[in-house]
Write a protein that binds this ligand. Structure first.
Ligand code: NAD
Ligand code: GLY
Length: 362
């Protein structure tokens, strides 16, 4: 196991990468939290991992309760949060109580939102079970729910007390879902770490086969990058925005297809390809960056061209302009200057964005 620390003064916490669910109870005992724990999970994840988690927590002396939310992005909603509050009230969780998110990013964001808001905030522990959640969503404290008109529109920055990632949970994750997480992994290489990118180019095959040593190395490096960025800029005033590389076009693609055609990781993959093309057209990078990115995304099983959808530019622009990252009407892009370094650009001319988005379609 490797421990990565997120240093945020009194809100500091550890990310345990390669931990063992059977030892979760003792890891949580060490945090000195209250005795009541509400696990939030979904039927799929619960089927595999609720028994060992409950057993470990009970063995450590905790009183354990559970809210099971149906699987799917559309349940990252106020209604689901209300169900969690109701269960917390029913079982008498007070401010010493803990909500434990057992699942992927949907469960993590939702349970985190409930923890941030129930009684103005109770303890939160993240037990991520998808690659995307282990490298990204469980770390850094962004929690939230969707509104009918927009994803992640209501939320908070609310740090967990612990992130506990058992890499063995990835063995039951469908390979398509694993690939979605790989988009965020590749993102870290481009924005922050040349050697991570090169390592991925050499080891993508082993990573997809869940080679333990490779998984451990890659996931802990991604967590360390995110921890460093969040430590320097927790509330996204400046640096943290680099984590949104690929998300400007990605979010708009998710939006125009009503979150039906692309999962988040696929949309981010296409968004990264688009962002690199914009950087090329502004002469910020040479074409080798785009070539290497597309080759790696393809190896990962991710899309690099948009197929079978007709994009209305007006609609696409509307979604880009409504993104939370838009400030004073300016569409913000994170653009690479080389592999391992990006810059934030608010002044990309609209005709260039339009041309690049068009060029992504086949
Ligand atoms: P997800 O939570 O929907 O999980 C994907 C699928 O895998 C689901 O069907 C789930 O039930 C299943 N699953 C989860 N773990 C499993 C396991 N170990 N074995 C078998 N099946 C398993 O999707 P995701 O990709 O993990 O997360 C996407 C969400 O994360 C989106 O809502 C996105 O907005 C959010 N997100 C948040 C942040 C953040 O910083 N908070 C960052 C990135 C993404
Ligand atoms: N996933 C982007 C962030 O946490 O800031």
């Amino acid at each position: 196991m490797k421990t990565v620390k997120v240093n945020l003064k009194e809100r500091s916490y550890k990310i345990a990468v390669g931990a063992d669910l059977a030892k979760l109870g003792s890891a949580m005992s060490a945090l000195g939290l209250g005795k009541k724990i509400m696990i939030v999970t979904n039927p799929k994840v619960g089927h595999w991992y609720l028994p060992p988690v409950e057993q470990s927590l009970k063995k450590a002396g905790f009183s354990v309760y559970c809210t099971v939310i149906p699987d799917g992005e559309r349940y990252k909603s106020q209604e689901s949060a209300n169900n969690i509050y109701a269960k917390c009230l029913q079982y008498g969780l007070d401010r010493g109580g803990t909500i434990l998110a057992l699942g992927g990013g949907v469960i993590g964001d939702l349970a985190g939102f409930a923890a941030a808001t129930f009684m103005r905030g109770i303890n939160l522990v993240q037990v991520p079970t998808t690659l995307l959640a282990q490298v990204d969503s469980s770390v850094g404290g962004k929690v939230g729910i969707n509104l009918p008109d927009g994803k992640n529109m209501v939320g908070a920055f609310y740090q967990p007390k612990l992130v506990y990632a058992d890499l063995k949970t990835l063995r039951t994750l469908p390979s398509k879902e694993f690939a979605h997480g790989l988009a965020e992994v590749i993102k870290y290489g481009i924005i922050y770490d040349t050697s991570l990118f090169t390592y991925l180019e050499k080891n993508m095959g082993k990573l997809k086969k869940l080679d333990e040593a490779v998984l451990q190395k890659v996931i802990s490096r991604c967590c360390a990058i995110k921890a460093e960025v969040v430590t320097l800029d927790e509330k996204e005033h400046n640096l943290r925005a680099i984590l949104n590389f690929g998300h400007t076009i990605g979010h708009a693609l998710e939006g125009i297809t009503r979150y039906q055609k692309y999962k988040h990781g696929e949309a981010v993959a296409l968004g990264m390809v688009g962002a690199v093309k914009i950087a090329e057209s502004l002469e910020l990078v040479d074409s080798s960056v785009g070539d290497r990115l597309r080759a790696l995304l393809t190896k990962a099983g991710l899309p690099v061209v948009i197929k079978n959808i007709k994009i209305s530019w007006a609609n696409f622009l509307r979604f880009m302009q409504h993104d939370k990252k838009v400030l004073a009407g300016k569409i913000r892009f994170v653009l690479p200057v080389r592999i391992g370094q990006v810059k934030i650009v608010d002044t990309v001319p609209l005709p260039i964005i339009k041309e690049i988005v068009k060029s992504l379609s086949k």
